[in-house]
Design a protein around this ligand. Sequence first.
Ligand code: N01
Length: 544
Amino acid sequence: MARTMTAPSDGQAGELDALVIGAGFAGLYQLLCLRDRLGLSVRLLEAGDGVGGTWYWNRYPGARCDSESHSYCYAFSKELTQEWDWSERYPGQPEIMRYMNHVADRFDLKRSIRFSTRVTAAHYDAASNRWTVRTERGEQFITKFLITAVGCLSTANVPNIPGLEDFAGDWYHTGQWPHDGVDFTGKRVGLVGTGSTGIQATPVIAETAAHLTVFQRTANYSVPARNAPLTPEFKRYVKENATQIRQVMHGTTNGHPFTISERLAHEASPEERQALYEAAWNTGGLQFRAVFQDLMVDKAANDTAADFIRGKIRQIVKDPVTAATLSDIDHPYAAKRPPIDTNYFETFNRDNVSLVDVRAAPIERITPLGIRTGEGDYPLDVIVFATGFDAMTGPMLRMDIRGRGGKSLAEEWEAGPRNYLGLQVAGFPNLFTITGPGSPSVLCNMPVAIEQHVEWITDCIAHMRAHGLQRIEAKAQAVDNWIEQVNAAANATLLPQATHSWYLGANVPGKPRVFMPYAGGMAHYREICVEVAARNYEGFTLDG
Ligand code: N01
């Protein structure tokens, strides 16, 4: 029989004011805001045995963030910004974990977190206006507000390739990496997938594996990251200019600490364009996408960037067949999430690395000895699946969430996610979804998107308490209007042209093809959210 856990944080008796699911960037800050700023009784439930969210699970070789360190962190606390020093331009997974543990300890958050506790179900009861949340351990929590901070990329997508169960070697998904690491020394390793993860892992695995075979289905663009230790001058600059840096991040489309050029690609001569791309290539990182204003909206402009990168791949990779396969890219640059790398293309010049084109000859099955494609057998000791995630909706739908009248979220989202502002689903009162589909989320530097959502939710709950309001629920009409805006924003860009992208759910067989994140830009989205709140939470029903 299920045990009812009604003791909330800090040992007080009774039901919870709020329950938060997930101890990544979003959950930790939401806990802090609700517990310490609003004084609510809050409990956070986390499946892992530590904080970190996506970084707790993604410990694969080369795991590192693509956002620059000084922008991939919280901005809400001046003291925190001043006391923390990042060591490299991009933070590696272990350093991000140190940071998140530092935050959790500094703000005394762990006492309100229950680790190793996976939420399996959350059901709403209209009569009591309460959510009952159940866990895999058989516990039950009652809460007024339920906030999911489950991340966008936390449900591993292991492809359903026949024969995997018979494989005699070891296999791993990068998003569920063993905490004590994997030793590739002397092993024949096969890596499936060439998204951001595969592109980060390839050079590192190649250093120790006897042989690494990369199985590529879709060729991908990548720009050098140019990671390096941060200089004392840069660290000082970050601390002295924290406010200005934050203003830049808040003013841009993607929440990064650099601005997007106002020039259009065709305004520059071919020589000038080449020089600008060359400079951006040398600078490295996601700034490459910001060289011209129209790279994400005008195919002809995008082609100029795409051709430049294809040319670089052909220059770097010595074997012409491998170079042709790596540069045969079928979608606009950055229409899929653009990876950045450290020696990815260079790695294919190593004697112990080879590329297999599984678009030309698809993987047929996994045999006890390795991977079989339409062209032959590849004997392997280890298979690494860098095959991504059931993104955005997956983490929500693997819980049995039921709103008014017992309607499940799975039913509500059968044809794709539907909500208002990415924050609330009609029929699911008092449930907030941090960085849910329909919000900028994965198109933005995540901590920026997360802080905006957490603060909006906190202000909303504070408003409700100040006005004696008990329930908030998105109106169906507001959802319809918002979905139209989400679709219009995506269609105004080149993003939907990458038809196999996980932004569209296309990487998971059977998943509805709906462009999930809001592509209208973080700065614009923030304004919309501010206006909605200022208009007395327009589009929501609030009642006592
Ligand atoms: O996953 P992906 P990811 N047979 O979905 C291939 C974030 N991230 O883990 O394109 C063969 O992008 C698939 O092929 P195709 C970032 O937002 C951030 O790399 O579907 N291949 C593709 O090549 C990123 O976008 C950081 O044809 C199969 C690959 O697997 C997101 O996570 C670092 C296959 C999957 O690429 C996901 O990236 C790393 C099959 N059956 C990741 N199934 C940061 O720095 C799939 N593939 C913050």
